[in-house]
Design a protein around this ligand. Sequence first.
Ligand code: ACO
Length: 337
Amino acid sequence: MISVRRDRPARARLSALGAYVPDRVVTNADFVARMDTTDEWIFSRTGIRERRYAAEDEATSDLAVRAAQAILDDAGVAAADLDAVIVPTCTPDYLFPSVAALTADRIGARRAAAFDLQAACSGFVYTLAQAASMIESGWADNVLVVGAEKFSNLVNPDDRSTSILFGDGAAGALVTAGDPGSTNGFLGFDLGADGSLGCELLIPVGGTRHPAAKAFEPQDAYLQMNGREVFKFATRAMEETTSRLLDALDMSIGDVDLLVAHQANQRIIDHAVGRLGVDPSKVFNNVEKYGNTSAASIPLALTEARDQGVLAPGMRVLLVGFGAGLTWASTIVSYEP
Ligand code: ACO
């Protein structure tokens, strides 16, 4: 990316959406067949009926490439015109190179800057903030944001409390430079993290704290989660980040047309929606079909809401994420295809 400052600032616009999920459906019955659980337990605690798993030889960037192509098709923008490709992910192909660099190469985004952003399930909203900042400060015109995750390789298949929760998928958005006089676009962001709670949700092995080359217990190479603590954090974070953002924008929850939250668990969403007083008819969920796809979950839900006619142009949409870090993020944005 070579950029020169524009004289006239632009307003960042969320102009296109797209998603890709692998074909393989893993149902609750598949878990019941090999561990001590029931469809009733899984559905009543999480709202999940099924999730998608990528093939053994598919990695996160393979999913990201398919979603990136869907977004570019929706936008009618050529990969060659992208200034940056940013991939929020916490399940990259490798520690390095980044998923974004691999994805940019395969879609032909030859002049794009490319990097990953690690804020786990809050990653999509964090990355929208990054993309909007690059555009509104005049350094970029087209930024592709693709949340992509392959959790099926990183959850312990023998751990019934975590394996049932996660799925694979990729989805995202194009953020483009729009009319500087517009009052739409991204109205604001609330982003945060509390690293003192980082140990509640982590993969212990594979980084510099415990390199993969040193001996380790097999379960330490997989995601570990204190489900109860994360549940408490998530419901509190969803409510607090939304209230802070609405206060800062001098808006009320009634000014929002649609709420799309990180699809981790139906109970977390219902709890926060109740506390915030959101009209349930303004909430779009698809956790039932895909489970928790982390950084891909919000754009996967947004894309499906668009495809079902629930998300219409001009709507003011509240996006709320929370996840490992522990992190949280919210924004209000109008969808302007
Ligand atoms: N089937 C049957 N029983 C189970 C299962 C299962 N799949 N999993 C756990 N249990 C049992 C436990 O062993 C426990 O039994 P015990 O009382 O005999 O010890 C019992 O169910 C209750 O366990 P809890 O962990 O207290 O169950 P809880 O009601 O809290 O539900 C859950 C667990 C669904 C994981 C919940 O805590 C949760 O959703 N937490 C948040 C998870 C989340 O959303 N994380 C996302 C952040 S995502 C990111 O950033 C990567």
